[in-house]
Design a protein around this ligand. Sequence first.
Ligand code: PLP
Length: 375
Amino acid sequence: MFFDNASTTKIDKELLEDIVELNEKFFYNPGGLYSKGREVKNYIEDCRNKILSCLGGDGKFVFTGSATEANNLAIMGVLKKNVRKLLFSMGEHPSVYNTALELKNKGYDVEFVNLNKFGVVDIDDFKEKMTKDVDFVSIMHVSNETGAINDISNLVSVAKSINKNVIFHSDGVQAYGKIDVDLYDLDVDLYTISAHKIYGCKGIGGLFVKKGISLKPLILGGGQEGGLRSGTENVLAIDIFAKAVVNAKRDLIKNVNHIKFLKNKFLEGIDNFNIKYSLHSFEDNAPNIISISFDGCKAETILNMLNDNMVYVGNGSACSSKSIENRVLESMGVSRSEVEGNLRISFSKDNTPQEIDKLLICLNECVEKYLCKVR
Ligand code: PLP
């Protein structure tokens, strides 16, 4: 039973149905000048347009090899503009956070905005650090750790009121398909999404680039993707990605209602446990993620015990040889012992209420067994 759906999802079977046929029809090189090559190129453009019309916003969409790459492209791609200062949040995914640290190490003026106890950007800290010389901001839309939702349109308007030329990027990987996303409303300049979080395949992501924003490519070569991402396009992955984006928008309300039902069932269930726990995900967060800590437990041990029962959950914390760390929870003010006992449980549209019952039974047994051992 898979409850780590914020890390990845299984490709929807219906999206794989025409893959063999598509492979026959569209295996040609989209860069070929012959008619078959042009047909593939046109098909890719159709997929791109489908994605753009689901995202909203006036701009283009660049296919990349992952959302990690799209985030890197968004940040590194603006550097040619002699950016004076760059602002990130403490909650960012490593694909943004580590890129920011790398820039800081290289001598760029990089600052991080703190999170509040709900896991969203602390608006007072943002206003203080968002000075006139900040030329680039990257703040994620939904946290991959807690599901906390940043008010991106408000942050964009605050940022632009201070520096109207600031470029605002948001990592929307955990937002698209979980909450309503409309890039016209958000008014961001750059926005990242990933296919494998929305029942598409791994190894493909993309970056929305608002009209008028110019970027420098990270990968040079044959000039595909309007010169922004060279390399022969993966038309089959693009096909699945576009269909996944369309379905995620079409089924948003249905999927959210189902996932909310599962989440509430889980939360009611753990209330009957004999064990103290704390939640770091809140009512108005994205519904699919629950960040939870069990008092006195080490998350890794619980995770391994669940694994022995074929129940797979996520570990919010990264273990180094010295300690267990979670930058995001720590920046929310979560205590060290809670960080050590933190699990990330994340649901998909394919989880069932019966699976939640089994998860609860198993989790209860594992936590009780664990506590008996350590007491
Ligand atoms: N950004 C966020 C918020 C994520 O959760 C992830 C994946 O976990 C990524 C970026 C990276 O996505 P990908 O696996 O497509 O590189």
